[in-house]
Design a protein around this ligand. Structure first.
Ligand code: PLP
Length: 381
C-alpha cells in the first residue's frame, strides 16, 4: 500500500546526511566532552563546532547557546529559569494557544505564587499587541509567545511583540520549535531574549534541543549536577545528538528558501482542493501561516475516526480532537480561535515536509473527499 507521511509537525525523519554526521560520534569519537584526554577533546571540539553552527543560524554568539534535551526542556528552562532568577518580578504573560510545554510550566509557576496572564487570540490565532500592552504591569518579568503555532501554523508578530517588551524592559522568550528552519529566526531581527528549538522537527534526532539565551539575561539553571553548559544545564552532553542537530540546522539554512516556496505551492494546492468538500473550513490564517501547515475542520465528522480511515489508506495525519494525554478534550488551540467543541473535534492537521510531492497531494485529494463523505453517511445513520 502507498504510504504518505503528512505529520511533520509531530516529528520528521532524520535526514540521511544527519545520520552520516552522527555515526562516528557513537563509535570512533565516543568520548565524554568533559574529559581531558584526546577522546574528550575530540568530543568537545565537535560540541563547540555544533554550537558555532547553531549560533550562526540564529545570528547569535556561541556563548549564548545551551544544548538541552529538546523543545520541552528549553521552554521549561527559559520560563522557570528567568522567573526564579529575577525575584523582583512575579508576573508572566503568555497566550492561550501555546504548546503544553509552555502552558504547563506557566501553570506550575502559578501554583507556586507567580501571576500568569493568558492572552486571548483572534479567529486566526493572532495575539493582539493592544492586549499585550494592557496586560503588562510593574511586576511583569517575562513574555513568552510562540513564533508559530504547532496546530494551525499561525505566525505571531514576534518582532512587534519584542518592540513592546524592549520598551518595557521585560524579557521575551519565543518557542520557535515549529518555525525554525521554515522562516528566518534571527534573534536580533525578532527582538527576542530567549528562543527554543527542537532537533526532531527539523530532520534531526529526537531528544536534543537548543535554548538561546541573550548575553546579560539573568537566568538560573533548573537542572543541577556537574556544571555542564557553563552551569546552565548539567548532564553529560549528548554529543552524537548535538552533532546531528547542528547538521540538521546547517541543512535547513541551506534549503529553507527553496523548500519553503515548494511547500507553499503544495500547501495551497492542498487547501484549495480540500475546501471543495462541503462544510469544510481552514483553521488559521490563509497566508500568515507556516509553509507546511494545513488545518481543516469538517462538520459532522469525528477527527479520530478520520485519522484512522486515512491511516487505513496509508495517509499519516493528525487531529486536534484528543490531546496527547488521551483526555479526549478538544484542542485548546482550536477552541481558543472560537471553534465549538464539535467543530474542533472534526479537525484534520496535514503538515507537509521534504518527502512530500505533487503526487502525494493528488492522492490525498482523491482519498479525503470519499473518506469524509463515508464518515458523514455513517454519522447520519
Ligand atoms: N513547542 C512546540 C511548539 C512543539 O510543537 C513541540 C513539539 O511538539 C514542543 C515545544 C516540544 O518539543 P520536544 O518534543 O522536543 O520536547
Amino acid at each position: 500500500m502507498r504510504r504518505i507521511y503528512m505529520d511533520h509537525a509531530a516529528t520528521t525523519y532524520v535526514d540521511p546526511e544527519v545520520v552520516q554526521a552522527m555515526l562516528p560520534y557513537f563509535t570512533e569519537f565516543f568520548g565524554n566532552a568533559s574529559s581531558f584526554h584526546s577522546y574528550g577533546r575530540e568530543a568537545k571540539e565537535a560540541l563547540e563546532h555544533s554550537r558555532e553552527v547553531v549560533a550562526k543560524a540564529l545570528g547569535a554568539s556561541p556563548e549564548e547557546i545551551i544544548f538541552t534535551s529538546g523543545g520541552t526542556e528549553s521552554d521549561n528552562t527559559a520560563i522557570k529559569g528567568v522567573m526564579y532568577a529575577n525575584r523582583s518580578t512575579s508576573h508572566v504573560i503568555t497566550s492561550m494557544i501555546e504548546h503544553h510545554a509552555v502552558l504547563e510550566t506557566c501553570g506550575y509557576l502559578q501554583e507556586h505564587g507567580f501571576d500568569v496572564t493568558l492572552l486571548p487570540v483572534d479567529k486566526h490565532g493572532f495575539i493582539s499587541l493592544n492586549h499585550l500592552e494592557d496586560a503588562i504591569t510593574n511586576e511583569t518579568g517575562l513574555v513568552t509567545i510562540m513564533h508559530a503555532n504547532n496546530e494551525i501554523g499561525t505566525i505571531e508578530p514576534i518582532k512587534e511583540i519584542g518592540r513592546i517588551t524592549r520598551e518595557n524592559d521585560i524579557y521575551l522568550h519565543t518557542d520557535a520549535v515549529q518555525s525554525f528552519g521554515k522562516i528566518p529566526t534571527n534573534v536580533d531581527d525578532l527582538n527576542v531574549d530567549l528562543l527554543s528549538i527542537s532537533g526532531h522537527k527539523i530532520y534531526g534526532p529526537k531528544g536534543v534541543g537548543v535554548l538561546y539565551v541573550r548575553e546579560g539575561v539573568k537566568i538560573e539553571p533548573v537542572q543541577f549536577g556537574g556544571g555542564h553548559e557553563r552551569g546552565m544545564r548539567s548532564g553529560t552532553e549528548n554529543v552524537p545528538g548535538i552533532v546531528g542537530l547542528a547538521k540538521a540546522v546547517e541543512i535547513s539554512q541551506r534549503e529553507m528558501e527553496k523548500e519553503s516556496k515548494r511547500l507553499i505551492r503544495l500547501r495551497d494546492r492542498l487547501i484549495e482542493g480540500v475546501l471543495k468538500i462541503n462544510d469544510s473550513w481552514l483553521n488559521g490564517h490563509p497566508t500568515q501561516r507556516l509553509s507546511n501547515n494545513a488545518n481543516f475542520s469538517f462538520d459532522r465528522v469525528e477527527g479520530e475516526s478520520l485519522i484512522l480511515r486515512l491511516d487505513a489508506k496509508g495517509i499519516a495525519a493528525s487531529t486536534g480532537s484528543a490531546c496527547s494525554s488521551g483526555s479526549g478534550a478538544p484542542s485548546h488551540v482550536l477552541t481558543s480561535i472560537g471553534l465549538t467543541p464539535e467543530r474542533a473535534s472534526g479537525s484534520l492537521r496535514l503538515t507537509l515536509g521534504k518527502c512530500n510531492t505533487e503526487e502525494d497531494i493528488d492522492y490525498v485529494l482523491e482519498v479525503l473527499p470519499e473518506v469524509v463523505s463515508d464518515l458523514r453517511r455513517i454519522s447520519a445513520i
